[in-house]
Design a binder for this molecule. Sequence first.
Ligand SMILES: Cc1cc2nc3c(=O)[nH]c(=O)nc-3n(C[C@H](O)[C@H](O)[C@H](O)COP(=O)(O)O)c2cc1C
Length: 193
Amino acid sequence: MTKPSVAIVYHSGYGHTKKLAESVLEGVQESNKATGILISVDDVDSHWEDLDHATAIIFGAPTYMGSVSAGFWIFAEKTSKRWMEMKWKDKLAAAFINSGSQNGDKLQSLHAMFNLSQQHGMIWVGLGLMPGNNSSTASIEDLNRLGAFGGAFAQSNADEGPETAPPKSDRLTAKHLGHRVAEISARWEAGKP
Ligand SMILES: Cc1cc2nc3c(=O)[nH]c(=O)nc-3n(C[C@H](O)[C@H](O)[C@H](O)COP(=O)(O)O)c2cc1C
């Protein structure tokens, strides 16, 4: 059986979210259960067939002004042609979000992506991790240090470039999401009649 495809479609204005997207891809590849493809929203017009073909689509964006970045949302609106035909119905969907502040209103961005997936009739895959960094013995090095459930959350210090931000723990959290979606994609395909 051919491996399912997991497409990672992301926007990144300054490179931080791109680093996360690369970590998600690493997780997909490490799983060995699916193939992964990284698609910047800037190049999406040459990748619609890859998205249509994918078993899962993982959305990624920075939070800009309290919601998902406009760059990502231009892509979201372009998907309306797919929506009219319900072309993405029953695909798996998941998300990773980055922001400058620890909170930064990232949940709003996650909800925007969740709504997008539900308009398309997709099936949401959450992070599947317990929260880290939430006790006296915990640390910011923990996986899921920002304690999200619906997707992989990351935070990039405002004075750091994408070489160092978001930090390793957030990149590993993103990698975990890629790994998880790949494994679930394989199970999802295997269970189809
Ligand atoms: C126009 C703009 C708006 C932003 N708004 C927010 C915000 O609402 N909350 C937040 O925490 N960070 C905000 N940030 C910070 C970005 O989320 C942060 O710098 C992120 O790492 C950028 O990712 P990127 O390099 O992939 O574009 C904003 C940055 C820009 C450029």
